[in-house]
Design a protein around this ligand. Structure first.
Ligand code: ADP
Ligand code: MG
Length: 840
């Protein structure tokens, strides 16, 4: 039955066996071929023609191919879609091969390791996770910048949060995942999972800075990268330990609902805090700013350090302008360094390097002039690598291009031998000019010209009309439509000398270029350090530029009080989008003794905006940015928790309410007295009364047990009565202006509870029919006359039955009262909820 397999196919199968999870591109002559299932799938994804090998046999093998010169595009496309691609090259010249040409995989390109195609400045992080004895570890790396970090994490949800905020696409998994863990990573987060359970013991790493487990996960990551990349990784930076508690804690839901770095609508930067604060001029500055926003600080000292510099930049307009000009000339040093290390750097890359370095002295100079100690520290760290700058300036021609095989790379004076070849070429050029003039005179062909191209070499160009004057010592080289090309003995002699010089000089230039590239490798670590310092300076100037543009102030941060006093604060992004004239500023006052602010007010009045305003202001302050306010005093928060909006997690099949409750639970479990909680319309996702009951219980819990600063917007007007019972709770509402039955939202936060909900007015603005609105008004009046909860006293309208309660309601209240929420597991709580719902 077994069909005879050709030796070539056998070789393919042998290689493919090691890469079952990747598309294998198998180099055959000018094509990369795919076979079997790879061919069928790739043909569909890449719109290739599906053919087959040994068509006439009983079992033809499906085959599809891409031309080798276009392979990069196809690979990019597959990797972009989340696949892996293994590239098998011919390892010997087919002409010289005895038998089958040797082939081997030279690189595996995966979504987390691709570096070549990305023109975007964003990081592409490859993350590895590991777990032992319930302790999780996570390491991440960006192959294109060399960044490499590792941390320990308390639980799987923290792992998920880290992965999400790193926006990783591929996870190297070092342990056997539990089923639901795999489901979350693979299905919900749409990540490519790559296994790497083992690693060579001697791979890493300094155990004085890392724990054993951190060492293990970092080693696995490194092992995976070595296994797939099979190339020099000398640009990888030393692995660095970090701790999430050194940063303001925000889970993924919080970051995404506050739209810190990506907006919710299209998952893009536009309209986010990152978008607003980004006036950076360098690629590494842009990347660093993003990581600053993802990870605001908690150390007052570190925050003040950033703010001090922002202040100085703000105060020195001219120096800042010069600084910005200098930064504009600095290219992506991290990516350039990695291209050098990967052996992919081309001549223009060196020009960009040199150009970048030439701007560093100016930057140093400006920082020095400003004279502040913090700036002098930065200045000292700026290393302008004069040796490297000099090497490139002497070696690489200003007009060098991307090609490295055709000469034109190396400057005159850099290499004596090269100069000699070039002189020969120069001479040749004048010989040719002389020959051209001589032959013109001799033959009388007035338009005679000597030209060169790759195919025909040097030739005499003669137009049709003058063909009869061609002498007999010319021989024909080529015939074109309106002209012919001829050679001659003399021309051939010159040509041979020239071609030799040309070829030798190109080869020599190539060698010289390789030497320069190799020499540059030793500067990679210094280039990366320079890139970091520049990125930091760039972020700080960006914060200053934005602070000036929008009139931000430096907040006063206090470590030992918990006072929030913001005068005339604004929502940074909403203000930027709608314009400062339109935006109504608001004070936010949460004195030491006030933990909870209960915010009531009609729909669309500005409750959510007010709450987000505080969260964003806190984040900006802890990033080191100035904030949108007349003045701002803030404690340093350790974490921000939010429950905002209805973001159904459809993929995981969780209902809005379940998401709502698990986010609330997350906040309640993790928040401390130093946290900020933002709860927006909690309980909305379920029926009115159990929603309200839960909302109240949660407010009480936060008040009694946690004491976190909490903003709580609610449409349950009944909750405003809590002010009398809970000492640390105050009511505020959004003011409205009612005139002749019309309501204007003033967007102004005012003490005390709101008196009406104005839902009907909003419905009116939305254009609902007048008689419908009248009817709603009537129902409302009836409802408002009726104390809740109470038995019905009059025969209700049919529509009222929804709000009509019987003893079930009191039973629910009793059940709730009797339940010790503290002792419930999440599952019990959920069951309990179902029980309540059933009763209602
Ligand atoms: P709510 O949460 O009370 O329903 P939102 O906070 O969503 O209201 O605000 C509704 C709209 O009102 C926003 O889209 C915004 O355009 C506008 N708005 C809110 N706050 C302000 C403000 N302080 N100044 C100007 N416009 C505001
Ligand atoms: Mg709202």
């Amino acid at each position: 039955m077994a069909e005879k397999i050709s030796p070539g196919m056998q070789q393919y199968l042998d290689i493919k066996k090691d890469y079952p999870d990747a598309f294998l591109l198998f180099r055959m002559g000018d094509f990369y071929e795919l076979f079997y299932e790879d061919a069928v799938n790739a043909a569909q994804i890449l719109e290739l023609t599906l053919t087959s090998r040994n068509k006439n046999s009983e079992h033809p093998i499906p085959m599809a191919g891409v031309p080798h010169h276009a392979a990069a595009d196809y690979i990019d496309k597959l990797v972009d879609l989340g696949y892996k691609v293994a590239v098998a090259e011919q390892m010997e010249d087919p002409k010289k091969a005895v038998g089958i040409v040797k082939r081997a995989v030279t690189q595996v390109i995966t979504p987390g390791t691709t570096i070549d195609h990305s023109n975007s400045v964003d990081n592409n992080f490859l993350v590895a996770i590991d777990c032992a004895k319930n302790q999780f570890t996570l390491a991440y790396m960006d192959l294109s910048t060399g960044e490499f970090r590792v941390t320990e994490l308390p639980d799987f949800s923290a792992v998920v949060g880290e992965i999400a905020s790193l926006k990783a696409r591929e996870i190297v998994v070092g342990f056997e995942l539990e089923e639901n863990q795999a489901k979350i990573l693979e299905k919900q987060m749409n990540l490519l999972l790559s296994k790497q359970y083992d690693f060579p013991e001697n791979l890493l790493i300094d155990l004085s800075v890392l724990t054993g487990l951190e060492n293990q996960v970092a080693s696995k990551l490194l092992a995976y990268v070595k296994r797939t990349q099979m190339r020099d990784l000398s640009h990888l930076q030393e692995v660095e330990h970090y701790e999430i508690k050194d940063f303001l804690q925000m889970d993924f839901a919080t970051k995404s609902s506050l739209e810190l770095t990506t907006n919710k609508r299209e998952n893009k930067k536009h309209g986010t805090l990152y978008w607003l604060l980004d006036a950076t001029k360098t690629a590494m500055g842009t990347r660093m700013l993003r990581s600053w926003i993802e990870r605001p600080l908690v150390s007052a000292q570190a925050i003040e350090k950033r703010m001090t510099i922002v202040q100085i930049f703000l105060d020195h307009f001219f120096e800042r302008s010069d600084l910005i000009e200098a930064l504009k000339g600095v290219y992506d040093l991290e990516r350039l360094a990695s291209r050098v290390s990967f052996g992919k750097a081309v001549p223009v890359d060196f020009l960009q390097l040199a150009n970048s370095l030439s701007n560093v002295p100016a930057i140093k100079n400006i920082l020095g002039l400003l004279g502040d100690q913090q700036l002098l520290d930065l200045e000292k760290r700026l290393d302008h690598l004069p040796e490297l700058a000099q090497l490139i300036n002497q070696a690489i021609s200003d007009t060098a291009s991307r090609t490295i095989t055709e000469g034109g790379i190396i400057k005159a004076g850099f290499d004596e031998q090269l100069d000699k070849y070039r002189e020969a070429l120069q001479n040749g050029a004048s010989w040719i000019a002389k020959l051209e003039a001589d032959e013109k005179a001799k033959t009388g062909i007035s338009t005679l010209r000597i030209d060169y191209n790759r195919k025909d070499g040097y030739f005499f160009h003669v137009t049709q009309s003058q063909l009869e004057s061609v002498p007999d010592y010319f021989y024909r080289k080529a015939t074109l439509k309106n002209s012919e090309r001829f050679g001659s003995k003399e021309l051939t002699e010159i040509e041979e000398i020239m071609l030799e010089a040309r070829e030798k000089s190109s080869l020599l230039e190539y060698d010289l270029f390789m030497t320069v590239r190799a020499q540059t490798e030793q500067y990679i670590a210094r280039l990366q350090a320079l890139a970091k310092t520049i990125a930091e300076i760039d972020c700080l100037q960006s914060l200053a530029v934005v602070a000036e543009k929008y009139g931000y102030v430096r907040p006063k941060l206090t470590e030992n009080s918990r006072n929030v006093t913001i005068k005339q604060g604004r929502h940074a992004v909403v203000e930027a989008v709608m314009g400062a004239q339109e935006y109504v500023p608001n004070d936010i006052e949460l004195p030491e003794e006030t933990d909870i602010q209960l915010i009531t007010g009609p729909n669309m009045s500005g409750k959510s905006t007010y709450m987000r305003q505080l969260a964003l202001t806190v984040i900006m302050a802890q990033v080191g940015s100035f904030v949108p306010a007349q003045s701002a005093g803030l404690p340093i928060f350790d974490a921000i928790f939010t429950r905002i909006g209805a973001s159904d997690n459809l993929i995981s099949g969780e209902s809005t309410f379940m998401v709502e409750m698990s986010e609330a639970n997350h906040a309640i479990q993790k928040a401390t007295r130093r946290s900020l909680i933002v709860f927006d319309e909690l309980g909305r996702g379920t029926a009115t009364y159990d929603g309200m009951a839960l909302a109240q219980a949660i407010v009480e819990y936060v008040h009694e047990r946690i004491g976190a600063k909490t903003l709580f917007a609610t449409h349950y007007h009944e909750l405003t009565n809590l002010e009398q019972e809970l000492e640390g709770l105050t009511n505020v509402h959004v003011a409205t202006l009612e005139q002749n039955g019309n309501v204007t939202f003033l967007h102004k936060i005012t003490p005390g509870p709101a008196d009406k909900s104005y839902g009907i007015h909003v419905a009116k603005i939305a254009g609902l029919p007048a008689d419908l609105l009248e009817r709603a008004d009537l129902i409302l009046q009836k409802l408002e006359n009726k104390p809740v909860p109470a038995k019905k006293t009059e025969a209700p309208e049919e529509q009222l039955s929804l709000f009509d309660f019987d003893e079930n309601y009191s039973e629910v209240i009793e059940l709730l009262k009797g339940q010790n929420v503290d002792n419930m597991t999440a599952r019990e709580a959920l069951n309990f909820l179902w029980q309540l719902k059933d009763l209602l």
